[in-house]
Design a protein around this ligand. Structure first.
Ligand code: CA
Length: 227
């Protein structure tokens, strides 16, 4: 299998070295940039399999790099993992809303880094096409017939609950903000700031029985489906 390219955009040189060492040990090929502008340029020219993106960067901050990568059709499909610092939930939320795939809080262990990188790469490969049929353990979502089965038993969901479940379950492990779920599932203006989605999640969980724990609350951010 050809080696996958990972681009690190991070201005802490020691950290870049550490990440590079660990990724190369795992068989990845690594490129790096010490500021946002150079990072943006390298992402465009190298089209890496994944970008590790620090948020506090010289010349162009991480969120702006992210915004530009997602706006450009040539780079929009490159998965991004944000490297964030503690207590920066607002930035992480902003990043998730721009379409980043995951975030890692500094300081992190190499083991965590590698497992997140692999998970995001796996997910982005799986997401190549829309899924009609999702089966996780004894939970089956049949999108073509709008039916859900729990251990072989049909369960009746509202349209919103069904769409919410399908939305989350088709991207296990990925955190979605409430705004993203509102617009993705309810088709409502994402400027509406309320907790409508929490009500739908609560009623969905009730109907999912032992599978309720698959829908995980991510504090300060939103929800995800267990990976
Ligand atoms: Ca930094």
């Amino acid at each position: 299998m050809p080696k996958k390219d990972i681009l690190i955009i991070e201005d802490e040189k020691d950290l870049v070295e550490l990440i590079q060492y660990n990724l190369e040990k795992e068989g990845f090929r690594v490129a790096y940039a010490y500021d946002g502008e150079e990072g943006l340029h390298k992402a465009g020219s190298k089209h890496p399999a994944l970008v590790l993106l620090d948020l506090m960067l010289p010349r162009l901050d991480g969120l702006e790099v992210c915004r530009r990568l997602k706006q450009d059709s040539k780079t929009a499909d490159i998965p991004i993992i944000i490297l964030s610092v503690k207590n920066s939930e607002a930035d992480v939320v902003a990043g998730l809303e721009l379409g980043v795939d995951d975030y890692i809080t500094k300081p992190f262990s190499p083991r965590v880094l590698i497992s997140r990188v692999r998970a995001v790469l796996r997910r982005s490969e799986r997401e190549a096409g829309p899924k009609k049929h999702i089966k996780i353990d004894g939970l089956v979502i049949d999108a073509s017939r709008h039916e859900v089965f729990l251990d072989g038993k049909n369960v009746v969901l509202t349209m919103t609950e069904f769409n919410l479940l399908r939305y989350l379950a088709s991207r296990p492990g990925r955190v979605f903000t409430r705004d993203q779920l509102m617009s993705g599932v309810l088709g409502e203006d994402s400027m509406v700031v309320d907790r409508t989605i929490d009500v739908h999640v609560a009623s969905l969980r009730k109907k999912l029985g032992r599978y309720a724990t698959y829908i995980v609350t991510v504090r300060g951010l939103g929800y995800k489906f267990k990976d």
